[in-house]
Ligand binder design. Sequence first.
Ligand code: SF4
Ligand code: F3S
Ligand code: FES
Length: 253
Amino acid sequence: MTHTVHFRVWRGDAEGGGLADFDVEVNEGEVVLDAIHRLQATQAPDLAVRWNCKAGKCGSCSAEINGRPRLLCMTRMSVLDLTAPVTITPLRAFPVLRDLVTDVSFNYAKAREVPAFVPPPGVAPGEYRMRQEDVNRSQEFRKCIECFLCQDVCHVVRDHEENKTAFSGPRFLMRVAELDMHPLDAAAETGLDRKSTAQEEHGLGYCNITKCCTEVCPENIKITDNALIPMKERVADRKYDPLVWLGSKIRRR
Ligand code: SF4
Ligand code: F3S
Ligand code: FES
């Protein structure tokens, strides 16, 4: 069945812009990206939209549908209220390049600030041994497709550009947590303290567990419960455990 849907699509660039109105034919079973492609093909050939896989795996087609961060290719038209206009806007937390395309380089800069896994000394690849539950934890975090929807929705940066220097966002705090909980990571032996970097360099303390990041994650990663809260607990244990506190004082002498 085909019907006509009224869309309001943000058009503009870094200088400014606004919502433009379009009526687009939509067929049963289609996703929002199908409608955007039809809009490009029939009425707005210069509309800028980033996409690649159309299968929810490349993380390119992130935008906001009726104000909620979503993947355009994984949002079925049928889940939207089609009696009202469907509003499509670019990710709000990042600077607009053109139309629905934003500059997400903030995320790449934050990614570079997380030092990589440090292999354990004296153990060759292939000889690593881990418990299955440790493998499962890493595997959940590794499902991330870097769509940055969680980065976009988090209130710490969404309307607070000034926090971006001090806060890396849920995706990269999750990466730090993954490495800190990794039983084979030998960063500490090189003098790298992932707990203190989580707090002091990546702004873990800014997160007040609103869980909006978890709600928008298309991979259903439990970012808050499985990464951010455990990381907060690890940092707090360190701070308030009297033995750990005493040890750190002695080591500093
Ligand atoms: Fe996207 Fe989820 Fe990865 Fe965040 S954690 S970037 S929402 S896949
Ligand atoms: Fe932001 Fe997620 Fe924490 S939305 S406040 S990082 S729980
Ligand atoms: Fe790849 Fe949507 S086009 S995730």
